[in-house]
Structure formats: structure tokens, C-alpha cells
Design a protein around this ligand. Structure first.
Ligand code: CMC
Length: 387
């Protein structure tokens, strides 16, 4: 059997053991495909480079949800739908007001998304139309949650969402209280396009596992947010920025800094990938974008540190950067707080999570692997009073 051949197991076959489900194909999906050897990422047949260059985030959302790129009329309809869902129910805004200022923004986002279900009369209506409407609601409300919490924790009033403009424009407006420049909006929009979907990554898998029990979309997206929060997944972008800031504060040589980390047996965040065995194509696009942005702003420090780390990692470990490595300096150069990087990843990935749920429910099968039992055997039960 060739390496890439897939053996389909039947219920009569012996169980297969793959730690971390590495290499296991758990389901079929039409949404995105990754060639880990060539470093290619494709959404529904469209190469990520072409989408990053030519499509806006809402076009990608349409592509993922509906199966094809939209006409202008379809795009306008989707945009109107999303704009109409941006405001939060008042009790959810109260949750944000009452959250501690130092709460992890991903914990706040997870809590707020979960609470949205309480105010959606369709939360448990499982027909495809209702699920598609919920996908739009959740996607439209997440930017409002992130921006409102950020302002509240800084002692500022939340900014009401605009009734027009793209998701990228409106998010930056709600965050900063002023309309973003064209360049910032475009760069942010490309970041949203790049993060929208990525095969059966951990957070998407989490969402599909929850969805496969026929639980509701809010439960599934809340679970996905929890999975994305971890530093081995989306939480890595925040850790990358922590590392860059620490290098700066210490006046350290970036290459020596990471070599010390490696010597200490630590992982360097923003490097390595379960599927890519070469450069993540999203990292390459972000690298070029942050270089341009840094040159325009006359601030090359973060880009230079990043490139020095990249060289050291390649030389010492032969490991390439993933999407989280250059998204960190891109967001930082856009003036975004490091602890918002992962929530922003969630904002974009909600497009993919919800598309995967819609796909899961088209032909649902409970996702239920097994564990190999390696615990104690044949224990003699001793009643509580005798222990
Ligand atoms: N730094 C140092 N060494 C690494 C790293 C890293 N970031 N990533 C992998 N390695 C080494 C690892 O120590 C192992 O070496 P050895 O064979 O000598 O023990 C080898 O590479 C293979 O690693 P692995 O743990 O088997 O690989 P994996 O497929 O389980 O891990 C990963 C994938 C993403 C968890 C891992 O690369 C990692 O921890 N990276 C840092 C966290 C990170 O950047 N996460 C973002 C992932 S991509 C975007 C996203 O999903 O958000």
C-alpha cells in the first residue's frame, strides 16, 4: 500500500491505535484540503494565495457555507444578514460588563458565546435553515463580544456596531472607536481569510464531535473556542508575541534566545505542525505582509526578530513556522493587544467551525473513538468502612 493510500476499516477489523489520532481520517469534508508535503492549503478547490489576494472574508464565508463564491448580489445579501446580527442581547453585554478586567479574553469569549444561546429562540432548532441562521448570528456577534470586552476592561464604553462596512472594518471600528485606514482594514481582512478554515484541526474536530451528538451550534462553537485557546493550537500566537516582547525587553539576541529555549527542552511557539512538513503557506503570506507593513511604518524590529528566530529554528531543528508565528507581529503592528490575537483567530475560524457543523449535520454519524485500557485489572473491592 502506498503511503497516501487510505485503508477503509470495517467494524470487523481489529482496532487501530494512533496516539493523538495522527494520520487517522475520521470523516469526509468538502471544505478545505491541506497538502502537508507541498505546503498547500485550499478552500473548496480555491488556493489560499488566490483567496488572500482576491477575495474578502465575507466571500470566503459564503464559499464555506454555501459551496461557491458569491455573485455581487449574493455577497450583498450575506453582508446585510451579518450586519443585521451584530448587536448583542443586553444580558450578554451585562456578562461582559461583569467579567473581571484581567479575565482571559478567550474565557470571556467562550462564556459569552455560550450565553448567546440563552437569548436565541432557535438555539435548539436543528433544521438546516435555522442552523444556517445561527451560524450568521454567532459569526456576526463574536466581533462585538471581543471589541466590547476589550473596551470595558480598559474603562471605555463599548462602541455600537456599524450598520455598514465589512466585518474587518466594523471590528476595528468597534475596538478603537474610529474608522480604520484602508490599509489596516485590508491587512486585517486578509488575516481573516487566512484563518477561516484548516481541515480537521483540534478546535474544528472538537466542534464536530459535539455536533455529532446532535447537540446545538452554540455548544459546539463554545467547545471549539475552548480547544483553540490552548497554546499548542490558537493560543500560540499570543505566546509568540510574549516571546518577541521578552526578547526586546531583555535586549537578547533572538537566535541565542531560541537556542537556549531548545537547549532547555522547551518548544518554540509558532513553529511546527502536525500536517505541514514544510512552510505553512499562510505563514509565507503573513511574512510578506508584515514585512511590507513594517517597512511602511518604519519599524522593522519585530520582523527582524522573527526572521532571526526563523533562521535559527531552521538551522537547529529543521522546523518551519506555522500561521501563528507571523500573525503575531502582523497583529501587533496593527496596534492590537497580544491577548486579543487568539480571539481574533476564533473570529475568523468561526466561519470554518460553523461550515463544518452544517456539513456534519448533512450526514451525521456520532464520532466516538475508543481508548485502549491500560489501567489496573482484577482488583478486589473493599467496602469503604474497611479501607
Ligand atoms: N519547538 C521545538 N521543537 C518542536 C516544535 C517546536 N515548536 N514543534 C515540534 N518540535 C519537535 C518535537 O520536539 C519533536 O522532536 P523530537 O522528535 O526530537 O522529540 C518533533 O519536532 C516532532 O514533534 P511532535 O510533537 O511529534 O509534533 P506534533 O505533530 O505532535 O506537534 C505541534 C505539532 C503544533 C503541537 C508542535 O509543533 C508544537 O508544539 N508547536 C508549538 C505550538 C504551536 O505553534 N502551535 C500552533 C500550531 S499551528 C496553528 C494552530 O493550529 O493554531
Amino acid at each position: 500500500m502506498a503511503d497516501n493510500d487510505v485503508k477503509e476499516l470495517t467494524t470487523n477489523d481489529a482496532p487501530v491505535k494512533a496516539r493523538g489520532l495522527e494520520g487517522v481520517i475520521a470523516l469526509e469534508s468538502e471544505l478545505s484540503s491541506i497538502d502537508g508535503q507541498k505546503g498547500e492549503l485550499v478552500y473548496r478547490g480555491y488556493d489560499i494565495h488566490d483567496l488572500a489576494e482576491g477575495a474578502c472574508f465575507e466571500e470566503v464565508v459564503h464559499l464555506l457555507w454555501n459551496g461557491g463564491l458569491p455573485t455581487q448580489e449574493e455577497l450583498d445579501t450575506l453582508r446585510d444578514e451579518l450586519r443585521g446580527e451584530r448587536a448583542l442581547p443586553a444580558p450578554v453585554m451585562d456578562i461582559l460588563r461583569n467579567a473581571p478586567d484581567d479575565a482571559h479574553p478567550m474565557a470571556v469569549l467562550r462564556t459569552a458565546v455560550s450565553s448567546l444561546a440563552l437569548y436565541d429562540g432557535e438555539a435548539d432548532t436543528m433544521n438546516p435553515q435555522a442552523n444556517r441562521r445561527k451560524a450568521a448570528r454567532i459569526l456576526a456577534q463574536i466581533p462585538t463580544i471581543i471589541a466590547s470586552f476589550d473596551r470595558l476592561r480598559k474603562g471605555l464604553d463599548p462602541v455600537s456596531p456599524l450598520n455598514d462596512g465589512s466585518m474587518a472594518h466594523n471590528f476595528l471600528y468597534m475596538l478603537n472607536g474610529e474608522e480604520p485606514g484602508e490599509a489596516a482594514e485590508r491587512i486585517f481582512d486578509v488575516c481573516l481569510v487566512l484563518h477561516a478554515d484548516h481541515g480537521l484541526n483540534a478546535s474544528t474536530f472538537t466542534g464536530r464531535v459535539i455536533g455529532s451528538t446532535l447537540s446545538d451550534m452554540y455548544s459546539a462553537v463554545s467547545g471549539s473556542i475552548g480547544a483553540l485557546k490552548g497554546p499548542l493550537h490558537g493560543g500560540a500566537n499570543r505566546e509568540v508575541m510574549r516571546m518577541l516582547l521578552e526578547i526586546d525587553e531583555q535586549g537578547a539576541d533572538p537566535a541565542e534566545y531560541v537556542r537556549k529555549k531548545l537547549d532547555d527542552g522547551e518548544r518554540v511557539m509558532g513553529f511546527g505542525h502536525r500536517v505541514y512538513k514544510t512552510m505553512d503557506p499562510r505563514a509565507a503570506i503573513l511574512r510578506d505582509m508584515v514585512k511590507e507593513l513594517s517597512e511602511e511604518e518604519g519599524e522593522m524590529k519585530w520582523y527582524d526578530y522573527s526572521m532571526a528566530i526563523l533562521e535559527a529554528m531552521r538551522e537547529d531543528k529543521g522546523i518551519d513556522p506555522n500561521v501563528d508565528f507571523f500573525s503575531a507581529s502582523t497583529y501587533y503592528q496593527l496596534g492590537l493587544d497580544p491577548d486579543l490575537f487568539t480571539p481574533i483567530f476564533a473570529l475568523s475560524r468561526t466561519a470554518g467551525w460553523t461550515a463544518h457543523l452544517l456539513e456534519q449535520w448533512q450526514d451525521n454519524r456520532l464520532i466516538r473513538p475508543r481508548a485502549e485500557y491500560v489501567g489496573a485489572e482484577n482488583q478486589t473491592f473493599v467496602p469503604l468502612a474497611d479501607r
